[in-house]
Design a protein around this ligand. Structure first.
Ligand code: 13P
Length: 320
């Protein structure tokens, strides 16, 4: 099965009433782990890489690791997605590498500038059948070099934005934030806003900052010498409610990072004689796989890998 545009996975998710986790990767273990999870639970797969991940891997290593995952799992529809592209240049780089989907995040610019930059990216990417995600509103928290105060997405603006830019899916700000410290007290999310926006824009919505920071991962890290005492995430039930209201892509990075870190810390503490990287990277990889399976099952994409005939970028190019 070829690599598919993200649009196809998301359109199928909306039709089927489920969400698909978009899982961030930085290295071979993470790519192997999420592919193995998708294969095991029969889920479509969205592999996503940030600009930081591409830099860390000199672009070319990540490209070939992603291609290896697709070659090894021909039965899994897989989209390769650029997370938080910041300008047309980063989008072009990703498309040249073979990504089937790109995010342009110009949400920190003025509305007019966000529209202009996003439209430029849509016009460019659609020539190649590549899907475009954009963002409106501002998430809180920190991810790599992105920082910000929360500013919820405005539904009127969202309707105008989608009409004017022709974007395929929209990341909305509903109170989530990137990272491991999302809430100081009770998690509060504007789930009703998801429905309002979805009814106005009629395209799949994307939820960033969707790690749940499971207590067991936090406790494992802390038990084995880590220091994440106040880490706190988005309850799975809130994500499921968002899916029912129009969210189809759910971004998860922090939980995978925590899973690997906890597993490696455990080996270092319990088996201090170990020094072969495979002795700690293997449990790290298994821990990421377990998390990915939990997300695919909870968001509902498990069991849906074989539901549809995937379209290639060429076929999507003809459609746009
Ligand atoms: P988390 O930090 O909650 O995993 O969010 C990741 C994300 O939204 C990547 O774009």
């Amino acid at each position: 099965m070829p690599l598919v545009p993200l649009k196809q996975i998301l359109d199928n998710a909306i039709a089927g009433g489920y969400g698909v986790p978009a899982l961030n990767v930085n290295n071979m273990e993470a790519i192997q782990a999420i592919s193995a999870a998708a294969k095991k639970v029969k889920s479509p797969l969205i592999v996503q890489a940030s600009r930081g991940a591409l830099k860390y891997t000199n672009l070319i290593y990540l490209k070939h690791l992603m291609m290896a995952a697709s070659e090894e799992n021909p039965e899994i529809p897989m989209a390769l997605h650029l997370d938080h592209g910041d300008n047309i240049e980063s989008v072009k780089t990703a498309i040249d590498l073979g990504f089937t989907s790109v995010m342009i995040d110009a949400s920190h610019h003025s509305y007019e500038e966000n529209v202009r930059i996003t439209k430029e990216v849509v016009d460019y990417a659609h020539q190649f059948g590549v899907t475009v995600e954009a963002e409106l509103g501002t998430l809180g928290g920190i991810e790599e070099d992105i920082t910000g105060e929360v500013q919820l997405t405005d539904p009127d603006q969202a309707e105008d934005f989608v009409k004017t830019t022709g974007v395929d899916c929209l990341a909305v700000a509903i109170g989530t934030s990137h990272g491991a410290y999302k809430f100081k007290s009770e998690p509060k999310l504007a789930i009703d806003l998801v429905k309002t926006i979805s009814d106005r824009v009629h395209i799949p919505l994307v939820m960033h900052g969707s790690s749940s920071v499971p207590v067991e991962l936090r406790e494992q890290i802390n038990k084995y010498g880590g220091a994440m005492p106040d880490a706190c995430g988005v309850p799975i039930s809130a994500i499921q409610a968002a899916v029912k209201n129009g969210v189809a892509k759910i971004n998860v990075d922090t939980d995978l990072r925590m899973a690997m870190t906890g597993a490696i810390r455990k080996v270092f503490v319990e088996q201090p004689d170990k020094f072969d990287p495979r002795d700690y990277c293997r449990p790290g990889r298994e821990a990421i796989q377990a998390q990915a399976e939990v997300k695919m099952t909870a968001f509902g994409s498990a069991g849906h890998a074989g539901d549809y005939t995937p379209a290639t970028l060429e076929e999507y190019k003809a459609k746009y």
